[in-house]
Design a protein around this ligand. Structure first.
Ligand SMILES: [Fe+2]
Length: 191
């Protein structure tokens, strides 16, 4: 991407607590912790106004930790009713989405797939393939990211795990459902 205003990357060791298999993560982080798990090149406008857009490309490297694939930390938007669009450019992935009430919707992506993340959905990318998963993303400039929502619940309600050459969705035994009050706060956190 040309004309970007910034780049960020997350190393494998930055993803502590993201994966269900703690022992497998600790082993991999000891050997390859300094390697990049994923990176973002983005364009952000100088001045944040709600009508503007942030966009860029995300590159998530392939790999597995236990039965799970490399994935992004994931988030809900701080202004929770802001949506997002992902367009898969290369690789194979799942855009894993969850509402605060625990309803999940994993959407498989291959080159050319567009995924719409509606307002109020938590979202993270999972690389289910052997190549880097490259996606273009675009969202309202005032969306913001709350990266702790998933950790506070013990993870997403379901895990995306390897199943032969593919994947399947299984229950996350460490998931702690959000109270009605907490769900309500997320649904109201929109300006
Ligand atoms: Fe987002």
């Amino acid at each position: 991407m040309s004309g970007g205003t910034g780049a960020k990357k997350s190393l494998i060791r930055d993803l502590a607590g993201v994966f269900a298999d703690d022992a497998a993560f600790t082993r991999l982080a000891a050997e390859r912790g300094d390697e990049t798990a994923y990176g973002v090149d983005e364009f952000r406008p100088d001045r944040v106004v709600p009508q503007d857009l942030i966009f860029g490309t995300s590159t998530l490297n392939p790999g597995k930790i236990g039965e799970e694939f490399f994935m992004t930390r994931g988030h809900i938007h701080v202004n929770t009713d802001r949506p997002e669009i992902y367009f898969c450019q290369s690789g194979r992935g799942v855009l894993h989405m969850e509402l605060p009430n625990g309803e999940t919707r994993p959407a498989e992506m291959s080159p050319g797939t567009v995924v719409y993340v509606p307002p109020f959905w938590i979202h993270r990318s999972v690389n289910i393939g052997e190549e880097p998963l490259v996606t273009f993303f675009c969202y309202p400039a005032d969306a913001g990211q709350d990266y702790d929502i998933i950790a506070r619940a013990g993870g997403m309600r379901t895990l995306i795990v390897a199943d032969g050459a593919g994947w399947r969705e299984v229950d996350n035994p460490r998931y702690r459902p959000r109270s009605d009050a907490e769900q309500g706060r997320y649904l109201e956190a929109a300006r």
